[in-house]
Ligand binder design. Sequence first.
Ligand code: DC
Length: 229
Amino acid sequence: MSEIILKLKTLHPIVIAIDGTSASGKSTNAKLVAKTLGYVYVDTGAMYRTLAWHCLLKQVDVNDAKAVAAACRKWKPELKCVEKDGLRAAWLSVDGYFPEKEIRMPETAAAVAHVAAVPAVRKWMKDTQRDCIKFGNLVMEGRDIGTNVFPETDYKFYLDASLAERSARRAADGVNENLAARDQRDSQRAVAPLMIALGAVVVNNSGQTPAETSGFIIGEIKKKMSAAR
Ligand code: DC
């Protein structure tokens, strides 16, 4: 019996949950971890951004929660697993199009926290993000992966860095945005706010290189995996 349970446990895909504040290095490190382990990378922020972009395109008022919920009920994006530069990643495609550039535009960045605060949107996103398991083992980054999307995973990380360093990182990417305001909206929303999941390893990566941070995360994952054997 215990052998069967062990087998079932090992057969179930592994989910590495990486949550944290805006510009705390989630994407960079999640991609490095996914590449190293050969897991599928899932950027859940990109999913919320895709819906925010879709709402702007369809002229839906993102401050009107009912209108956003209705747009979310209506849209029919496809969840796809695509390989690019040696990384397999799950993305939402809208009418056969990946709005990669559009979701990084300032208008989308300003709209996304409003869209992400709508309960019906969060339910749709959670279901879709859990569905990514069909692609195999995952490294999923976001704000509520360890607390809400995959609370059952044993592999939870919470990234943070000083506000000054995070603002400098965004500015280096050519994006000027009020990170403190966005963090506040993400942390104070009623549904699945940004918070440290129980059991998460907290990583403050101020002054660290991505190689250092991702190396630390991979080390922690390996320690947990050998402890689970
Ligand atoms: O990580 P990002 O900047 O691309 O995230 C975009 C927005 O989406 C951000 O304001 C928080 C929200 N988000 C969320 O609420 N839950 C997630 N799992 C991922 C992102």
